[in-house]
Design a protein around this ligand. Sequence first.
Ligand SMILES: N[C@@H](CCC(=O)N[C@@H](CS)C(=O)NCC(=O)O)C(=O)O
Length: 192
Amino acid sequence: MLTLYLAPGASSMAPHIALHEIGKPFEICALSFARKDNREASYLALNPEGKVPTLIIDGRALTEVAAILFYLAKRYPSAELLPQDIEMEAHVVSWMSFIAATVHPARRQGLDHARMIYTLADQRLGDRPWATGNYSIADIHLFRLFWRFYNSLKPPKTEFPRLFAHYERMMARPAVRRTCEIEASIGYELPA
Ligand SMILES: N[C@@H](CCC(=O)N[C@@H](CS)C(=O)NCC(=O)O)C(=O)O
């Protein structure tokens, strides 16, 4: 059995979307940052950083968005969330490394820095519909970050036209809509 520890709207949204794309049974365990559930000793035993997501795989904990997405895509190849071609797979890893190491921390380094990094991501995406050709876990990872940035700051759509078009393609997917519906019904506790 798979159990995903999440907080609505947080980084855990990415593996939550992937689980809906895959369509196999899973459980969620929603944590409240306001209640500091993620600082409880029982959670720290699973994820010593006290962050979400954590995926429990038959009792074993796996942390980090990129690793969880990679695990899910490999475990459920019929969902086609990772290309078969080794070079394309490496491009997915390249995108996810860029997203985790550069895009995710950008907002903490100030708005101007974040805008510069999202401009880079927008250029990198270019006019392709998806990050690496076909839809993949890289798109899910990218979407969650831009979803957060867009919904908290509401930049003009023309500032990041390719990212915004990607956002709309993502929002049209049933797995993404279902994830947003479930997480909104639990309740967001995100800082403005
Ligand atoms: N490097 C981690 C980052 C995860 C992360 O930053 N999670 C945030 C929410 S977006 C979190 O759990 N923050 C709670 C805290 O730091 O107390 C990953 O990619 O999974």
